[in-house]
Design a protein around this ligand. Structure first.
Ligand SMILES: Cc1cc2nc3c(=O)[nH]c(=O)nc-3n(C[C@H](O)[C@H](O)[C@H](O)COP(=O)(O)OP(=O)(O)OC[C@H]3O[C@@H](n4cnc5c(N)ncnc54)[C@H](O)[C@@H]3O)c2cc1C
Length: 207
């Protein structure tokens, strides 16, 4: 299911000489610039590359209307959605040096599960595709480790191993998916960006 948000991925290279203002704004960590229904996320990668995700809550038809064969026009159209934002931020869109990649976000239902099918199981996004929250790759690796552990704990009985793996997988995935949905509201809900500041204030280590 399309969740109503698309991330448009852009890259700017040689940022310390060619995109100094954007490089300074992004700094050495992660940049979050948010408003209800939209945002720009950026971080610095090795070799002076700035990598940005431009998030927009837009219908799929609007995203499909951006012509990938004409990236300059597509990027200008996306930048219009950020009219009045600081130029060092909009430059992360308009100065993109590679064709923008559209990451149209789809999810499975948070409580997705299936009946046991002998000899078959799923892991990673195939089992629990959810809104990106920084956990998807971790969960996929954890699934793999847990599946291996279940198989090792049930020698000669793969069905028992898969049943045990799925018994733990379903609630783990559902909890992570619900957390990701909450994070989506924190990032792009009506109270953004204050909601993110509140989130950081209440999730400090030791609080
Ligand atoms: C915009 C965005 C940002 C994200 N940011 C983060 C982040 O910061 N941190 C994080 O942890 N996660 C993040 N995620 C989520 C993360 O990318 C996924 O959760 C993770 O990649 C899932 O791994 P996977 O191996 O299950 O699936 P995938 O990475 O999708 O791998 C599946 C592979 O199978 C291949 N494949 C598909 N069909 C077939 C076929 N029939 N035959 C052969 N091969 C096939 C695909 O080409 C693909 O290479 C993000 C996702 C998005 C969309």
């Amino acid at each position: 299911m399309y969740v109503g948000t698309t991330f448009i991925e852009t890259y700017l290279s040689d940022c310390d000489t060619r995109h100094m203002a954007s490089a300074e704004a992004v700094g050495g960590g992660s940049l979050f610039a948010l408003a209800p229904g939209k945002g720009i996320f950026a971080h610095r990668e090795p070799k002076g590359v700035l990598h940005a995700y431009v998030a927009l809550n837009k219908p799929k038809a609007w995203i499909d209307g951006l012509d990938p064969s004409d990236p300059v026009t597509a990027l200008a159209r996306i930048a219009e959605e950020f009219d009045g934002w600081a130029p060092e931020l909009t430059a992360l869109i308009t100065d993109a040096e590679t064709k923008p990649v559209h990451r149209v976000l789809h999810t499975l239902p948070a409580d997705h599960r299936w009946e046991r099918i002998p000899g078959v199981t799923l892991l990673g996004d195939a089992a629990h595709l959810m809104i990106p929250s920084g956990e998807g790759a971790n969960l996929a690796m954890l699934d793999g480790a847990e599946l291996g552990r279940a198989i090792a704990a049930h020698p000669g009985d793969v069905e028992a191993a898969l049943a045990k793996y799925e018994e733990d997988l379903f609630p783990r995935s559902a909890a992570a998916a619900k957390q990701a949905e909450e994070m989506q509201k924190v990032l792009f809900g009506d109270s953004a960006p204050q909601s993110l500041l509140d989130f950081f204030a209440t999730h400090r280590p030791g609080t």
